[in-house]
Ligand binder design. Structure first.
Ligand SMILES: C[S@@+](CC[C@H](N)C(=O)[O-])C[C@H]1O[C@@H](n2cnc3c(N)ncnc32)[C@H](O)[C@@H]1O
Length: 134
């Protein structure tokens, strides 16, 4: 009943993230949890929809973040830490160089390889200052 009560004032959209831009006001907070960039060829599941969420999509999402940030919105985005896997991979560090990037430990209990279950870092990227979101 409590959930039902809260959902009375919620709009649930099913569509591309660009469609949420029309809801962006100066006090809007966006949490973005996109398909993660694969860490390697064997952990490449990111196809929730028929179109793959590839690097071009990750760049389109960064452009979306630039757009909402310029409107005064706050955002927090999570993604895989490809640099944690390959120190030479600066994909997200370059893409979000104008924002705050934090690495946080995430526990992954499911992996076909038991030795790979456990802790790895993920990215939390934001245009907010300080540690208020962690
Ligand atoms: C990592 S999952 C997020 C899961 C979600 N936070 C949850 O707790 O259920 C990534 C989600 O992004 C969605 N997605 C893929 N492409 C998208 C797009 N272009 N616009 C909006 N969402 C998209 C997928 O359908 C999937 O549900």
């Amino acid at each position: 009943m409590a959930d039902s009560h809260l959902l009375q004032r919620v709009d649930i959209l099913c569509g591309d993230f660009e469609e949420t831009k029309k809801y962006a006001a100066a006090d809007t907070f966006f949490y973005l949890d996109p398909p993660y960039k694969p860490l390697n060829d064997t952990s490449s599941f990111n196809s929730y929809v028929k179109e793959a969420f590839d690097d071009r999509e990750q760049i389109r999402l960064r452009d979306f973040c630039n757009g909402i940030a310029s409107k005064g919105c706050s955002f927090l985005l999570s993604n895989s830490d490809v640099k944690g896997k390959n120190p030479a991979d600066d994909f997200f560090d370059d893409l979000y160089k104008d924002y705050n990037i934090k690495r946080v430990f995430a526990t992954r209990m499911v992996n076909a390889n038991a030795e790979k279950r456990g802790k790895l870092t993920e990215l939390m990227i934001t245009n907010m200052e300080g540690n208020m979101y962690l």
